[in-house]
Write a protein of this length. Structure first.
Ligand SMILES: *Cc1c(COP(=O)(O)O)cnc(C)c1O
Length: 217
């Protein structure tokens, strides 16, 4: 485990899928990880990170960014509208746009501030009650709304149900992206990123594989 091994496995999966070397980006998901592990990965030269909570990211990344100004940060967890303004300031990309209300809030704040991170629509491919994401049958309409609002929507993201074969969910996400004309796919985590690459992932979100197991206190 660790950054070098995950990078090597990504390159191998790209080759096996007939994809260009370097076409899949690694989002290192640093939530809950001790600061020294995050700093070690930054020292190894990695710059693309993901966090799932606005508050937690606000507590650590402004300081780290002062030292590593070329860091790129993605929000990969659910976003409440009352944290949207803060999220737009902190993150370079929000991967979890999942409802019309949030899209409208982002558009209003974009009008007010003149800036907006790149956006992904999160799709709840497993239609799980407890999971964030728009339902597959409502995804096209949400993408259309984002475009109507002139939001910079560039891709789709999903988190498959733990009990199911993820490849089916990755294939479904790729299908929705193709029919809505979106080029980027954020899918695959530590346990299944190679299968996601085989299905067309353009970025994978790997936490424990890069940093080690998360220890919750
Ligand atoms: C935590 C998290 C990940 C990384 O999970 P690992 O299994 O540790 O690789 C990926 N995506 C999201 C949305 C997460 O919250």
């Amino acid at each position: 485990m660790g950054l070098a091994e995950i990078e090597a496995r990504i390159r191998k999966a790209e080759a096996e899928a007939g994809r260009a070397a370097g076409s899949v980006k690694l989002v290192a998901v640093s939530k809950v990880q001790p600061l020294e592990r995050v700093e070690a990965v930054l020292e190894e030269g990695h710059r693309l990170f993901g966090e799932n909570k606005v508050q937690e990211a606000a507590g650590k990344w402004p300081t780290l960014r002062a030292r590593y100004p070329d860091v790129v940060l993605h929000l990969v967890g659910p976003l409440q509208t009352n944290k949207a303004r803060q999220a737009m300031e902190l993150f370079d990309r929000i991967e979890t746009v999942d409802r019309p209300k949030l899209a409208r809030t982002l558009a209003r704040l974009r009008d007010e501030t003149g800036q907006c991170p790149e956006l992904f629509v999160q799709v709840n491919t497993g239609e799980e009650d407890q999971k964030a994401g728009v339902l597959p049958k409502e995804a096209d309409a949400l993408v259309a709304l984002c475009r109507e609002l002139e939001l910079p929507v560039v891709g789709l993201m999903c988190i498959p149900p733990v009990e199911e074969e993820p490849a089916l969910h990755f294939a479904l996400l790729a299908k929705i992206a193709a029919r809505t004309g979106l080029r980027e796919l954020s899918m695959g985590m530590s346990a299944d990123f190679e299968r996601a690459i085989a299905q067309g992932a353009t970025s994978v979100r790997v936490g424990s594989g890069v940093f080690g197991e998360r220890v919750y206190e």
